[in-house]
Design a protein around this ligand. Sequence first.
Ligand code: HEM
Ligand code: HEM
Length: 227
Amino acid sequence: MERRLVWDLPTRLFHWLLVASLIVQYVTASWLENAMQWHFYCGYFTLGLLIFRIFWGLFGPKYARFSHFIASPVSVFNYSRTLFSRRSLAYTGHNPLGGYVVVLMLSMVITQAVSGLFMSDDIFMEGPWYASASNATRAVMNTVHRTGFDWLVAIIMLHIAAVVFYTVFKKQPLTSAMLHGKKRTKKPAIPSSKLWLAAFLIILSAFIVYYFVVIAPPTPVAEEVYY
Ligand code: HEM
Ligand code: HEM
């Protein structure tokens, strides 16, 4: 079987930039002192990445599209029965079960980035929506941001374990395909990575982030100070 382009360049870049961003987010919040400003910047970047991925899931090349990897419950069930078999069908894009894990991971990271906008470190730094949120909203977002991350780490561990399982047991080298984009398949390669469309969607995503971080948040009402 020939090696053909399956994962376009923007999808691959998205994946590895997401991995790097989450590492930075963890390190700046939990390991480093005084790195909150960088946590905020990288959080906005991650939000932009995710907005881009949603657009890409709608308008990107075939295998990156949600419509291609959100499968019917029947195919998920049928695929699950062959999960531990070495002879299960190797999918060109995400397999039916993996497709849902992708959706779950994306939703969890979005939740993480959005809840961050309502966070405060209780010292100097406030996310752009913190000041205008009620105490109840702040409390919910705080819980979501802190416990959500632990759940995210659990799913990421599962994801990495699954990739190792596919590589070692099922002899399907998925990671190298996420690096160079090519898989051995009988299906046709994607015609192009649609780089011009990607450039446009990156600019649009950056603008949407700018809108939600800088333009839209209501200006905080100055707290009254009594002397
Ligand atoms: C922070 C850690 C990680 C996160 C949040 C993450 C998230 C994701 C997401 C969202 C996708 C779907 C890609 C898309 O369609 O846009 C994906 C796919 C994939 N990831 Fe990761 N990933 C992480 C770490 C890793 C690592 C360390 C590896 C390699 C060892 C890896 C290998 C892969 C592979 C091979 C796929 C494609 C799976 C397939 O062929 O269906 N990921 N990952
Ligand atoms: C995907 C993006 C994000 C991830 C993965 C993430 C991850 C984390 C983690 C792991 C913590 C530490 C939680 C703990 O100690 O229990 C944290 C805390 C925090 N995050 Fe995020 N975060 C993200 C986005 C954001 C954004 C966009 C903002 C604000 C604009 C933000 C603001 C904060 C604040 C203020 C804290 C509390 C720090 C403290 O209490 O010292 N985060 N975040």
